[in-house]
Design a protein. Sequence first.
Length: 351
Amino acid sequence: MESPSDELFKGDRLASIMRELLAVPGNNCCADCCEQEPRWASASLGIFVCIACSGVHRSLGVHVSRVKSIQLDHWSRDEVQFMRDQGNVKAATVWEARLPPFFVRPGPADSIVLKEQFIRAKYEHKLYTLLATAAASAADSPSGPPLLPHKAGMLTKQGAVVKNWKRRYFELSGSLLSYHVSDKDAEAKGVISLTDVTLVDAMPTLLNGRAFCFQIVTASRTWIIQAASGQDLYGWVQAMRSAQKFLCMTLPAGKKVAQIDIRLVSAQMSTGIPIQKRKLNRRVIPNCFQGSAAVDWMIGVLRIESRDEAVRLGKALIDQGFVRNADSEDGAFQEFIDSPFQLYQLLKTSG
């Protein structure tokens, strides 16, 4: 005789039970990416997931997650009871107990590559559980306000014009992502302001046979970068997204020039913006920078309220002798222009 625990639910009876369970707050969206109206579930984790995330759960193996359709598969009484007892909200208190500050969850529109790395981090590596962080020391969990995300390491970047690939040392600091020839090279080859970034996501498919690529999209360019592994890719994308969220949520409202100490600005500029050399009539002018790069830095780091206000700050730097026009011998035309084609020279870092 069949025991109650061996009873299988299917058809209309199963549909009625699942409607009841999906009506529970939190169960009406995917436990991983928040896609609405999930039609799959992990019977072993007690969560409801969308079809895209269900495929990732299947790839983890049944020892981690046992995936079933809430419409097509048969469910045992014990499985149904476990779904009742668990659910998305309760499961999150276990698997997402220690999400990092300013964490940005992959959403329905994000690439499946990013979703996969998030799911693996949660259930396979147990990265966000209390158990995984129980051994962390007090030094690893400061009691003060959370710090701006920082990350550094080697990545491979595709060129903008010539589509060749080069290894570069990348560093995310503050609101700026800079890249250098090596970790010993102080002069940045380029800088991306996170305030200008509209999208950071993994590439959904292989790019010319290259895996683990992600894109950083601004109004002027799409940067294609390759990481060493899926985990490395996930770490970089999350660090940049977290930095953007941090900037939006924690920094004060935009400032005006009158609120800025000009001397402090000049002291920070040499390390905050890309510095280059300018050749003018066979003479090399050091410590030069683009007007638009300075404006990006002023907005992203100094939190100047607008580009017009940043231009006014640039003019104040000229008027007080910290900066000069690098495109003329005598420094004539002492206006400040928000343009990548207008170069200025940093003359001193304190007044």
